[in-house]
Write a protein that binds this ligand. Structure first.
Ligand code: ADE
Length: 229
């Protein structure tokens, strides 16, 4: 019961890490979700618990062995309904729509890549879906896994409280978020926009919508395009 994330990594001590703090951390302590991190090296071969080998065809770096990773995966989720992911810059970019769908499911099994890569055969052989968190390269999948888990956990029922739990948020409406202000009314010569102090809720809502659209057009023409088509 509860949303359940299992992570397979060579660095299980990294978890929960930042996921033990703030919203996600409080929810973890409450038992709204659970996390276990498994050491792939527990399935390593030989006296040195070896998990990698040189790439077939030559070249630099090391490749995570298919047999080792498969046995780690089988030990964690052989008969498990949860979707399985491999964090990788080659994957389909993570978007809020997928985060939402994932959060509505039972959880996720997440493999964190390291080295130059993992043996291609285990990806198909264990039904791993590759997911990227952006077009840059991290030194491993652990931070990417934390990003994906955090994005899901904050959407779980009861985790976020009331504030901005959905509809008005960035991406939920396909728009970037409108600007926020709080007291003091004037700060270093900068004023809160008059309309926000007017008490006219309709006018405030219209202003926020227009600002969100203006920001989206200016900063993320790709999002704006997707929205208007
Ligand atoms: N591992 C290394 N870089 C990554 C990225 N950008 N997304 C997901 N996993 C990764």
């Amino acid at each position: 019961q509860g949303w359940h994330a299992s992570v397979l990594t060579l660095f299980p001590e990294m978890f929960p890490g930042p996921l033990g703090f703030s919203l996600a951390g409080e929810a973890l302590k409450r038992g709204d979700w659970s996390l276990d991190a498994h050491d792939i090296r527990d399935h390593g071969l030989g006296r040195h618990r070896s998990v990698d080998d040189t790439p077939a065809g030559g070249g630099p770096g090391m490749v995570l062995r298919a047999d080792v990773l498969a046995s780690a995966i089988d030990a964690v989720c052989a008969a498990d309904a949860r979707p399985r992911f491999l964090m990788s810059p080659r994957g389909r970019p993570l978007e809020q729509a997928r985060v939402r769908a994932l959060a509505e499911g039972p959880g996720a099994v997440i493999v964190c890549g390291r080295f130059e890569g993992v043996d291609e055969r285990v990806i198909a052989g264990r039904g791993l879906e590759e997911v990227s968190i952006g077009d840059y390269v991290l030194s491993g999948g652990e931070l990417a896994a934390m990003v994906m888990i955090d994005a899901c956990v904050r959407l779980l029922p009861g985790v976020m409280g009331h504030d901005s739990s959905g509809a008005e948020e960035s991406f939920e409406a396909g728009l970037l978020e409108y600007p926020h202000y709080t007291r003091p009314r004037a700060w270093e010569g900068r004023e809160i926009p008059e309309i926000l102090l007017s008490g006219n809720h309709g006018a405030v809502a219209r202003w926020r919508r227009e600002e969100a659209e203006r920001l989206t057009r200016a900063r993320r023409p790709d999002l704006w395009e997707k929205k208007s088509t």
